[in-house]
Design a binder for this molecule. Sequence first.
Ligand code: GDG
Length: 474
Amino acid sequence: MAGSLAEFVVIANRLPVDRFIEPGGGTTWRTSPGGLVTALEPVMRRKGGAWIGWHGAPDEKLKPFDHDGVRLVPVPLSGQEVREYYEGFSNGTLWPLYHDVIAPPEFHREWWDSYVTVNRRFAEKAARVARRNATVWVQDYQLQLVPAMLRDLRPDLRIGFFLHIPFPPRELFSQLPWRRQILEGLMGADLVGFQLPGAAQNFVRLVRERVGHKTHRDTVYLPDGRTVLARSYPISIDAAGFEELARTDAVEARAKEIRQSLGDPKHVLLGIDRLDYTKGLRQRLRAFGELITEGSVDVDDAVFVQVATPSRERVDQYRLLRDDIDRLVGRINGDVGRIGQQPITYLHASYPREEMAALYRAADVMVVTPLRDGMNLVAKEYVACRYDDCGSLVLSEFAGAAAELRSAYRVNPYDINGVKTALLDAMRADDRETARRMKAMRKHVLEHDIDHWASAFIDELTASREKHGKRTRP
Ligand code: GDG
């Protein structure tokens, strides 16, 4: 397939593969775990798709290659671009700004310049790879300028954009020195997708107020007659795939083993997150620590397992966070632990999918307390794995998932007493109440899986462009 033009193109910061060096020195690529790849693979295969993204190593140029029937087109980044475009503007400016400025965003003009340069490189690559009238789907905050840049180069294309993280209200977005350029970048798309309706509304309002375009509900009317639709498409997971994995004997056995090695306590509580300041780790650990200190929960009865997957370790704020959480866990375990009885088991590591499923199966209470989160897939994965209708979910109202998982124990993570109450409620609930809540959440997650998400977006993108094409045809 390499060499031919693609009918369907995905552009994301990263290619959906990881490189492995074999013992003999040979290189193989393996599909990286993640719902997006799984969801898009069938479409990509059917339509002769291409995926454009960085392959993960700086200062290295690679030729396009085929992997599992999909054409992968690597985009090179220099070491300096990784620092300025990726760690800098994407993760030091946009990430904190879009997550309610939980950490202060940094604004540096050279980071912005690098963001523009790299976005242009992605757009140019897509312009060369896409067939005439092809569909291109741009992913996430690292690439918000790509839609407009690509439209300039290839007005024939149908362009969609999806933002995986929140889109902030104007009071926060307006801090950005390059706010107008970002809005104009996004408006290059025919369809701009968000996790929640509120984010789409924030976008439309900003376009009206900052750029001055006419808008009506979810539609922006551009001076050239083109329209841009802004809608919500809450992302999901391969729910059936997770359930199937959770039902395997190996995962069930491992879940038992995990509980045993924790001393078979009455309650196993679990948190799984990238180690990120948006995820509210500190708040949940404090709440749990206080419950034990006060004696509301006996140290022999409950264990909190917190998996914090290493993330963005070269960004200063993430290094500080790691030290902060290390200290907090040490203090709680030091204060209230006993020999052989550590209330918090803290794991700073990443695990295979099977181990994740076993952890979900081992946990009685899943604790998801982000201060702000676009969606939060961990919450949905937990629900998908609880095929026996056991297990409770404590969920922050500031996670996108809270709009769908209405039967979770809902918390404001800033309210430590509220989190404590919810943890106690979840631990003390009887089986009937637990099953009632879990059944309702499972129904939703199984009916609204990742395929549902991808086809809703692609169908709308197809329809919007067709409508638009008819209106403007001379
Ligand atoms: C962004 C948005 C939005 C984590 N540790 C391991 C591991 N994971 C997997 C989880 C889950 C995924 O990573 C994390 O997804 P989240 O949604 O929880 O969070 P972000 O990484 O911040 O994702 C978020 C998402 O994009 C999708 O739009 O929901 O709001 O911030 O799937 O299972 N997987 C494995 N080992 C680990 O150690 N295998």
